[in-house]
Design a protein around this ligand. Structure first.
Ligand SMILES: NC(=O)c1ccc[n+]([C@@H]2O[C@H](COP(=O)([O-])OP(=O)(O)OC[C@H]3O[C@@H](n4cnc5c(N)ncnc54)[C@H](OP(=O)(O)O)[C@@H]3O)[C@@H](O)[C@H]2O)c1
Length: 261
């Protein structure tokens, strides 16, 4: 498949896990991918991985913090100068933490909200403006479908134990996605979210090293196993592609059947 041939895509949090797989998937289907994250060595590794499996792949590394407005404005300028436009944005960067509400420091609450929620607002606003402005200068046929995919979570549907800040931020991402979808629809930009269940990535690595925790996750998942990042990337790529051309304001739950159990 080459659903993204000639398209320019931005993936935040592309240095590991779901973001890395998504970047590789989009590049594999023809996209020029801009890899965003704070740690440039991780982004370089993703770029190397893509280039070693795909001759002629066009990837760019942009090291930045998605919670910082000035850095996202710099990202916009970089894209404008190098590519002129953007067709796909995957807001994937995210962090988690573990605490009860009674023990949760306000500073930690703010860190989680800033990374998981405020960043989705900031990046969508700044790069969404570029999508809208640049679509008026280009050939309609080539650039008819543009889309944003926000990575939410199963925890945005069902609050998990000791992740009140994380669950709240992800529920808000699902809701923000709907508001953004309504606002951007007149510009031909679709906006959807994907909500992964337990997926094996650096984010869940320490939890899954605990055998009892891993067994509990498997027990609570209808499919009886933890997910792989490429299984989430497949769904993100679908939502981002023209195959989902009549879908906007939706959340795609990819939880291995956690909620039906
Ligand atoms: N794994 C799961 O089970 C699961 C389940 C549901 C939802 N999710 C969601 O899926 C997304 C990807 O998570 P993952 O599991 O793939 O974890 P991950 O491997 O830790 O990836 C998260 C990425 O986000 C980047 N990031 C964090 N803060 C950032 C910031 N301020 N600015 C720019 N980049 C930042 C990190 O890189 P740097 O630290 O280098 O910046 C990292 O590469 C997250 O939104 C997560 O909440 C994951």
């Amino acid at each position: 498949m080459s659903r993204f041939k000639g398209k320019v895509a931005v993936v935040t949090g592309a240095g590991s896990g779901i973001g890395e797989e998504t970047a590789a998937r989009l590049a594999g289907e023809g996209a020029k991918v801009i890899l965003v994250g704070r740690t440039s060595s991780k982004l370089e590794n993703t770029a190397e991985r893509i280039k070693s499996s795909l001759k002629g792949a066009d990837t760019a590394v942009f090291s930045a913090d998605v919670t910082k407005e000035d850095e996202m404005e710099e990202l916009k300028k970089f894209i404008q100068q190098k590519y002129g436009t953007i067709h796909v944005l995957v807001n994937n960067a995210g962090v988690s933490g573990k605490s009860t509400i009674l023990n949760l420091e306000a500073e930690e609450w703010d860190r989680i909200q800033a990374t998981n929620l405020k960043s989705v607002f900031l990046v969508s606003k700044i790069l969404g403006k570029l999508m809208i402005d640049s679509s008026q200068d280009v050939d309609e046929e080539t650039f008819s479908d543009r889309s944003i995919v926000n990575v939410a979570s199963l925890s945005g549907h069902k609050a998990g134990a000791q992740i009140p800040h994380y669950s709240s931020s992800k529920a808000a991402v699902i809701n923000f996605t709907k508001a953004l979808a309504a606002e951007f629809a007149p510009y031909g930009i679709r906006v959807n979210s994907v909500s992964p269940g337990f997926t094996e990535t650096p984010l869940t690595e320490s939890g899954l090293q605990n055998k009892r925790f891993e067994d509990a996750v498997k027990r609570n998942t209808a499919l009886g196993r933890v997910g792989n990042p490429d299984e989430i990337a497949n769904v993100i790529a679908f939502a981002a592609s023209e195959e989902a051309s009549y879908m906007t304001g939706s959340d795609l739950l990819v939880d291995g059947g956690w909620l039906v159990k």
